[in-house]
Design a protein around this ligand. Sequence first.
Ligand code: QUE
Length: 392
Amino acid sequence: MSDQVRFDTLSTADGYRIGVITLDAPKSLNALSLGMIDALQARLDAWAADEAIVAVWLEGAGDKAFCAGGDVVALYRAIVEGRTNADPEAVAHRNDESFVARYFSHEYRLDHAIHGYPKPVIAWGDGIVMGGGIGLMAGASHRVVTPRAQLAMPEITIGLYPDVGASWFLNRMPGRSGLFLGLTGARLNASDALFVGLADRLIDESRREAVIDGLLRADWREPASAVGQVLREHAGASRALAPDGEVAPRLDAIAALTDADDDATLIRRVIAAASDGDPWIARAAKNLAAGSPLSARLILRQLSRCRRLSLSEVLREELGLSLACAARGDLAEGVRALLIDKDKTPAWRHRHGEVPETDIAACFISPWDRDRHPLRDLVDRPAEEEPAHATG
Ligand code: QUE
């Protein structure tokens, strides 16, 4: 088991238990290691089958972050080690055993398990929630953000693309906002998270103990309504603390900026907005401009390919693309420049506007036959089995 995640149970007044998971690696902003992922999966599986457990509370240790993403430093090391021993083609196809394949497949399996979890999962989204952190939160039945929450899918910055089911949830955001957020890594505040559908409730961080106390006193004969009532009450009392949303007032601007007949043109138009008079737009455009040109093309292609796919199908598509980013994309170089050497000057494989179609297409060739895919067993839960929704 991992020492970077803690598990506790709290007893409710009426004799049940709430499972508490604390991501506990605050120095790395609770970034998810493979050990944490495997520990979470094992405990969630056990709690799903444990009749005493009525709900799961998921939070991050410290006051800075829920979870800043994946353990991309470990991924970097595995990619670099693999490259010294083999050519990229060999690495791309040495798929099942590699650390990179295990890391991403276990992470996406965990994200999928949270989406379909048979009991309420309350994700306490306080502070930084990025990348893999959003993957954990997105599928929770009750997603709370605090006024100081900051969310983003910033993978373009490190030569990846929004994964962890983002090819599913970005496609379901209002207007063109999901595409824009995935392409630019733009920051979302708590009100934005509610607007785009990544969160259900805004509750002030000072109410954490009172919320947990309320859950312990609730009537757990109906778990979904027990959680709903407690969260509703505290969200109501937190209403005045909601920050001004940044995305909703810019939906038309985002639609206009991303109105292009092909992907290369769309990217060029958004990058040109780096000198826009609107600082939120300009910052997002600069982030795209500095990001991986290959990733930018992959993001748009991936969102388009996944538009009509289910969550399970999307996660299978993502696994292939993530391995491609590791084997033949900019992921290692991006992590090196941003998080290892911290020179912030990645030597990307291409320049914007000069990414050959063959390099894009190669990333979408699945390394597996359908019946050999590591996530072949994931299935979508029928709508009538969905747990009662947080806002219902
Ligand atoms: C884009 C990302 C990540 C990122 C920065 C980006 C990411 C991630 C981390 C991260 C942050 C702090 C840590 C750590 C990792 O940063 O996914 O280990 O201590 O995990 O621009 O996608």
